[in-house]
Design a protein around this ligand. Structure first.
Ligand code: 13P
Length: 250
């Protein structure tokens, strides 16, 4: 049985005051979230606040990004071990905003994935196609390529215990959600790709859906066989909405 995971990606949002409030709001509603695991990924600078408020609760926290390097002259970077120092369990790797806005290619994403594993973080590897790629009918090729770079670099066993998030780029922040059927088809495809290397790892892999998931569409998406949770952007910035998605994953 795969335990559902609902993770909030807060992106570049919030102040210290609003972060405190959001964390408190999530904590207050946790009693109703029975089966799903819950995690939040605040901006780096608010991670200590998440640690202070969430330590001892059932909510995990993580980074939205990490450096591929471990230390040295890399101004502005944060390493995997620094995230571990602040109790992070998860880290997003290869989010489409990192790939498109910050030029992270698959080779760098694979290096970051390896750095996360090395430090004992659980990478949430984000994959997904752009609108024109879907229109060209090459969604599977794109996703397979994104997975393959990581498998080639680290080996399939590195994916044991990791998490994959399928986030169609055209659905992120657009209000345009993939239909449950569209999402399920890609999730099943991802699992089949993993199964070509290792059946057990494929069967255990939690594959999250991300892209305009909200309380109104979460139940239907999460009911799909191969959708094991969600990576939530906008709707994770409101405790009530986020908790409602967590409950839908119960
Ligand atoms: P939205 O939920 O705002 O579409 O963002 C999804 C996402 O990018 C999560 O990583």
């Amino acid at each position: 049985m795969r335990q559902p995971l609902v993770a909030g990606n807060w992106k570049l949002n919030g102040s210290l005051a609003s972060t405190k409030e959001l964390l408190a709001g999530i904590k207050a509603g946790l009693a109703e979230v029975v089966n799903a695991e819950v995690a939040v990924c605040p901006p780096y600078i608010f991670i200590p606040e998440a640690q202070a408020q969430l330590a001892g609760s059932s909510v995990a926290w993580g980074g939205q990004n990490l450096s591929a390097e471990t230390s040295g002259a890399f101004t502005g970077e944060i390493s995997a071990s620094m995230l571990r120092d602040f109790g992070c369990k998860y880290v997003l790797v290869g989010h489409s905003e990192r790939r498109t806005l910050y030029g992270e290619d698959s080779a760098l994403v694979a290096k970051k994935f390896a750095a996360a594993k090395e430090a004992g973080l659980i990478p949430i590897l984000c994959v997904g196609e752009a609108l024109e790629e879907r229109q060209q009918g090459i969604t599977e090729d794109i996703v397979a390529g994104q997975l393959a770079t990581v498998i080639d670099q680290s080996g399939i066993t590195a994916l044991d215990g990791a998490v994959i998030a399928y986030e169609p780029v055209w659905a992120i922040g657009t209000g345009m959600t993939a239909t449950p059927e569209q999402a399920q088809a890609v999730h099943a495809y991802i699992r089949s790709q993993l199964a070509q290397h290792d059946n057990a790892i494929a069967g255990d892999m939690r594959i999250l859906y991300g892209g305009s998931m909200k309380p109104e569409n979460a139940v239907e998406l999460l009911a799909q066989d191969d959708i094991d949770g969600g990576l939530i952007g906008g709707a994770a910035l409101n405790a009530e909405n986020f908790l409602s998605i967590c409950k839908a994953a119960n």
